[in-house]
Design a protein around this ligand. Structure first.
Ligand code: ZN
Ligand code: ZN
Length: 218
């Protein structure tokens, strides 16, 4: 069996993309339809007036995130985006998915998919194993991850992060271990993509480092 470096995280692997990165990409794709719904709801909130419909005629200071939301939603909201706000931020949500879908469709000789978030994430997920073999998988992973992060920031559904103090990363030895929640319990290093410990391994690491410390200061 050939040994590669994972194209995404660099860990030594038997495949071009390691299982952990593959399942992270799969997880990110799975979140996108829901994030898109949240984004559309955010747009209604910033564009709509009060229930009596009159307040939309008043002058408002722009709400935070408004430009972000409109940028992310892209062409669907074109008439509401002024020149100054146009595309200063993220590439529109559907545009990112569409360009990757086109790459898959063309290179694999498939029939084009419908330009909606469910169809597009469905196609990308279905061909994920093939995508993970391509030279551009790292770019793909990064753009999908950015899409999730930017959407989560706008829709305020970002996972929260807890610093796991007092224990150093087994790889870079920094005080960089964090845990994201909600989600499965895992200690991850902010700097080393290959470090991800489940609760048992993390507790073992805590004990091991405490023992080493006792050895230094008897
Ligand atoms: Zn990897
Ligand atoms: Zn580290």
């Amino acid at each position: 069996m050939n040994i590669y470096e994972c194209s995404v995280c660099g860990a030594p692997q038997e495949a071009k993309t390691c299982d952990r990165c593959r399942s992270r990409i799969r997880g990110a794709l799975a979140q996108l339809p829901e994030q898109y719904v949240y984004l559309c709801m955010s747009r209604q909130r910033v564009q709509g007036g009060d229930e009596d419909g009159r307040s939309s005629k008043k002058l408002h200071a722009p709400l935070p995130g408004r430009g972000d939301v409109l940028n992310m939603l892209g062409p669907a909201s074109r008439q509401a985006v002024t020149g100054a706000e146009d595309q200063v931020g993220s590439v529109p949500f559907l545009e990112v998915l569409w360009s990757w879908c086109e790459a898959v469709t063309e290179e694999r000789g498939l029939t084009p998919v419908r330009r909606d978030v469910t169809s597009m994430t469905g196609r990308l997920t279905k061909h994920l194993d093939w995508i993970c073999e391509q030279s551009w998988v790292a770019d793909f992973a990064e753009e999908i991850r950015d899409l999730v992060r930017t959407s989560q920031r706008i829709t305020m559904t970002e996972p929260r992060r807890e610093l796991l103090g007092g224990v150093t990363c087994p790889s870079c030895e920094g005080l960089t271990l964090v845990r994201y929640f909600p989600g499965d319990w895992a200690a991850e290093c902010r700097l080393c993509p290959s470090v991800r410990l489940d609760e048992r391994d993390y507790q073992a690491l805590v004990k091991e480092q405490a023992r080493n410390l006792e050895g230094v200061n008897p």
